[in-house]
Design a protein around this ligand. Sequence first.
Ligand SMILES: Nc1ncnc2c1ncn2[C@@H]1O[C@H](COP(=O)(O)OP(=O)(O)OP(=O)(O)O)[C@@H](O)[C@H]1O
Ligand SMILES: [Mg+2]
Length: 609
Amino acid sequence: MKKVRLLPPQVISKIAAGEIIERPASVVKELLENSLDAGATDITIHLKDAGKTLIHIQDNGSGIEADDLETIFQRHATSKIRHAEDLFAIHSLGFRGEALYSVGAISDTILKSKTSQQETGFALHLRGGEKVSLKPCTFKDHGTDIEIKELFFNTPARRKFLKTNTTELNQILNIFSNYAILHNQCRLRLTHQGRDLLNLAPTEDINARIADTLNLDKKHMILTEKAFSLDRQPYSVTLVLGDINITRTRRDMQFLFVNGRPVAHKNISFHLNKTYNLILPDGSFPFFAVFLNIPAGEVDVNIHPAKREVKIKQEQRLYPVLRALCEEALMTQSNIKQAGPFTFETPANADKPSALERARARSYGNKTSLDYSRAEAPSEDRPDRADPNTSFAFSLPSYEKEEPSLFTPQADPDLLRAPKDHLHTKLASARFIGSFINKYLLFENDRSLLLIDQHAAAERIAYESLLRQIRKGTVETQMLLSPVTIKLTVQERLIREDAHEELEKIGFSTSMLDAETVAVHSYPQLIKDIERSFRQLLSGETIATSDPDSIARRACRSSVMSGDKMNPEQVRHQREQLLKCLDPFTCPHGRPTVLEITQDFLDKQFLRG
Ligand SMILES: Nc1ncnc2c1ncn2[C@@H]1O[C@H](COP(=O)(O)OP(=O)(O)OP(=O)(O)O)[C@@H](O)[C@H]1O
Ligand SMILES: [Mg+2]
């Protein structure tokens, strides 16, 4: 008997929809793209329950001919390309003719539309991809109006997988912000449960739109542009770079657009973040937006089902151009002396190198000219670890190349018990011999040199103390005489609202000063950098359902200053506190706090036997 058969159309459509529509944010993305492709200059999206029960988009684009209304919900129905070769020169956001087919298959959809040539509009109602009705309707002017209700009503597995409204809304805001930044001349509005989340008037310049969307200060942005050719192909790029006054603990304020399409490109992001090492300390990430224009034939957008990634033919040759442009703008236009609390300067010293020299040395070792080709490739989502190109006195191999006999291993905790105990005893009795670049504390013990990473150790100590206090419900707080004010993005605002109580419990007492600015009245005493810590808590997932451990970990992340000179008494205290920790040899985010360099290792380096 035959075992192989073709799937029925209802199953095929659900499988296809599964690839393109993961969550409400995917619907918002597809509908926004369609409106923009239709030339809309005014787009409004209303949401209910973070889009789970309603996504309603209205645009003033070209509209859709009545005769096409049913066709556009069929698979591979598109007005945007015709031939296979068009795939290699795509000028619109859409081209597969799959989005409406997918959305229609898993929701209750009403689409109303009218072109300027038509007398009247038409409304098509579909449920689960099946036509319910098609009839004339009133429609002002021209454009399209789509209501998507009951998303995933017939795919319960998908529906169950949806996260909380705050998380889903966050995803939608991320998508929306990208297109808002890109289309500064378009009026864009997003509401949730009848309340405006973003209401953006058209702006002449891109910086103004970025400032409105992300609630940033325009004066902290640098704009630089360049046209160039690679392999005789014309390229152009616009960079909008945040200066040192805009920093985050995550890379969530970084945007990349290739030919008018928001995309992710790990290598481009990596190279720009690397260049920012010139002005930002480790663990601080900048805001930047990159607008790249590449001849359509030089870039492939057809490599990801949601078109989130692109392949650029000349990418290896593009990186140095982007890095050089970014470096020049940062060095000539941003005032690096304003570094404020994150300065990595050493204390007054007679013939100290210039800030620029130090910055360069820090990023690229002691080379005088920059050699971009040697930069390492980004690895999979690892934390921003020690830069192996940075040269410092001991020129240690990066700890990623693990040498268990010489360095504190960090993998399997059981395997590490013996060496850790041994390290504990050694560190306890070691003699402090000095500090290196106000970053590492040096100790000697018998036949080893021990190095404490000041910052990682401080994070471990703060994290364990804060966790203990949260568990006991006795977080020690510090009241502020005048509140610290922080401008929040919409996402941060929503998470703060959601987690107001949890924030109070861990010592952050806050109130909204105006629609966008929060005033912090008290904070947990163990935290050294209020803004970074607060933002860290508000980033990503909601904290309302997080456990104390992850809250403490987030609150402490990069919130401890590095680069402070410590006196011997402070060093003694830090070592003591570190040794009292339950897990003294890794920071809460997985980096080592202590390294051991044995005499044997040094002898080998000096070719002594
Ligand atoms: N808001 C809109 N205004 C005008 N026409 C639209 C609108 N939305 C969809 N269309 C028409 O419907 C067609 C199908 O849309 P759909 O999003 O399914 O496919 P696409 O945009 O062509 O490709 P992709 O699947 O890559 O998005 C489009 O090609 C376009 O002609
Ligand atoms: Mg589309």
